[in-house]
Ligand binder design. Sequence first.
Ligand SMILES: Cc1ncc(COP(=O)(O)O)c(C=O)c1O
Length: 456
Amino acid sequence: MAHDPVPGLLARAAEQLGAHFSHLPHTPEIAPASLDAMAAVLEETADRLGDNYPYFHPFYAGQMLKPPHPIARAAYALAMAINPNNHARDGGRASSAMEIEAVAQIAAMFGWSSYLGHLTSSGTIANLEALWVSGQLAPGKRIVGSAQAHYTHERISGVLKLEYAAVAADQRGRMDLDALEFELRKGDVGTVVVTLGTTAMGAVDPLDRILEFRDRYGIRVHVDAAYGGYFKLIQDGLDEPARRAFAVIDRADSIVVDPHKHGLQPYGCGCVLFRDPGVGRFYKHDSPYTYFTSKELHLGEISLECSRAGAAAVALWATQKLLPLTTGGEFARGLAAGRRAAHELDRRLRLDARFQALAAGPPELDIVVWKARCESAGQASSLAQQIFAACAERNLHLALVQLPEQWFQTLRGMNPGQEAKLVTCLRSVLMKPEHEEWLDRIWVEFGVASQQVTEK
Ligand SMILES: Cc1ncc(COP(=O)(O)O)c(C=O)c1O
């Protein structure tokens, strides 16, 4: 592991924080005997944690896992001295204010200065709140998402007792507009979930076109940008359809983005935003236990969760202070670097006769999917699994995904009736900025592993 700057960063800041409380009577120090016991347990903990894939390393290019920035880790650890709870200002005064500021910066990235929003413990909870508001506004109406939307939407709808329907995705993994309009014509759809950056392949649904349906069919448009939201900062560098979708994100009714995916945060940090602050009325409740120490807004008053990690807000605030969410800034350049790595990998795969990339073209964001070129889907799936395992043996960690086989064939090469056949593909999420620099080494390891498998 590379030198870790966090302990050094933390020591001085912890002393400074301690000084704010030095007027209090001293509390007992931790006894040396229990320090020894803690050290022993921590050693065991380190060994247990060693049983992990190296998520922090550029050779980990599999699932959506991005290491938190050192400033986020340091700020989170610093906040642990206080362990604030952002439910109410009673439990997290400074961290509530920091959450409000950090969320305002995220909203501003999407072009909103007036909104209602807060952090959540995950993208799932953030989406749950968005769909809960949908259900409050249009009870009994259906939720519709694409077949490539995250599975969470169907489950959330079940929890909320709202009917859910999945509409087909096209060869690019984007929501098919004809299939959507077919559902909308039935007249009972309340909300359409539009994904900007699907989990499987980073596809960007055509938000601009879907918004055209809003008035005609009286629907609400919820954008799940848990993965892709930050690409708003580099929208002008995206291909035209994705650029057009991100350009109108401010017209959505609600948006979810996960700072714990592309936002360099530790897990436990999602975010939900509503364009109409008036939806706060649905959250309205009183608490017999809290909301006493300040007349200012307590975040628990606009959130379904009660206790939430104030440390998550502190880490996000510090990260955005260091790396503001600006077009052309260092954070945005990091996103662009990962995307260039994905495009380069996709380009090389297209030149390799052993593989097939998506027929519709290069990745929209920074997720690459490809399949082995074989006679049958079964053979291709088996080869993908073997290559995945052979890469892991060489410390290169990729991922697998099941996609319709026809998405890898040109329209001319397609047979009727092929639609439903799924094939296991290789998948690589190149979300670390370092992936660009490491792509040659990744390619060498992938090449050796693939050769071992195909020559067997
Ligand atoms: C598009 C999308 N939505 C929602 C989620 C769920 O988010 P979380 O895992 O933070 O609950 C994910 C997770 O990968 C996602 O990619």
